[in-house]
Design a protein around this ligand. Sequence first.
Ligand code: SER
Length: 317
Amino acid sequence: MDNILVIGAAGQIGSELVAELRTIYGNAHVYATDIKQAPPDILEGGPFQILDVMDDKQLIHFIIRHKISQVYHLAAVLSGNAEKLPTQAWRINMDSLMNILEVAKMVEEVKKVFWPSSIAVFGPTTPRHETPQRTVMDPVTVYGISKLAGERWCDYYFKKFGVDVRSLRYPGLISYKTEPGGGTTDYAVEIYFEAVRQGKYECFLTEATALPVLFMPDAITATINLMEADRSSLTVHSSYNLGGMSVTPGEIAVEIRKHIPEFAISYKPDFRQAIADTWPHSVDDSKAREDWGFAQTYDLEKMTGIMLKEIREKLKT
Ligand code: SER
């Protein structure tokens, strides 16, 4: 039986991934960890421990003690926050990945590693429509540079040491359970929360800024499917493009108004506009579809209905 370690279990992806992994592998086999306390369902649903991935000794002890065979390393400083503290963000994003790759190389029981990359690996001279899997990559943000460097290290550890590390270039992820923090695509989550809370939202990107986004249930399924795919079917060992849907703040607002007709949106672009302006509008994820069967099941309309319903429920309690 696999024992799974999730690092960053209190975060936007981790809090949902842990729940799903526990359903599949059994509560006792999924070790949730973070540097901060996790939400109650994660704490009560199975093992949770405070663990700092930057502490390589603590990390290796944890992995050996609990006979961990799969690691999901989700902890990172996102794009907006990384611009505020560039060297610290670089250190956190890179050193944490290197710690994981080294442990996976050294500890034979660790069979697989998941590490998220991002559309932020692309840059201003990358083709912005249907961005190909292999193309120009010239990120101009600290976050993007750290993700691109990370991809190269993943590919290197796979080829040089046989470490089975798997990765996805997530687009903006939209969820209602745990809000993201410090990212550029955060607007696409905030907009729903503010629509329910206040009936209005001031967006930090312009009305027509198109970015790819994906609803969290599709992202969780994709992540687990990639990790469960036969190793021989995988042809990309840096990170797979994941497209989702290309949307603008204006388009989300139109969709929200179908449920909340009085919803008002205004636009006040801040420093994150310059980041968004270097990222793809849409992404070609045909490689992920071919190699391990990625499929998206939620479109903007379906996602909006669920987001608003779930946020209303959540804010009631
Ligand atoms: N959602 C992330 C961010 O905006 C991109 O991977 O930083």
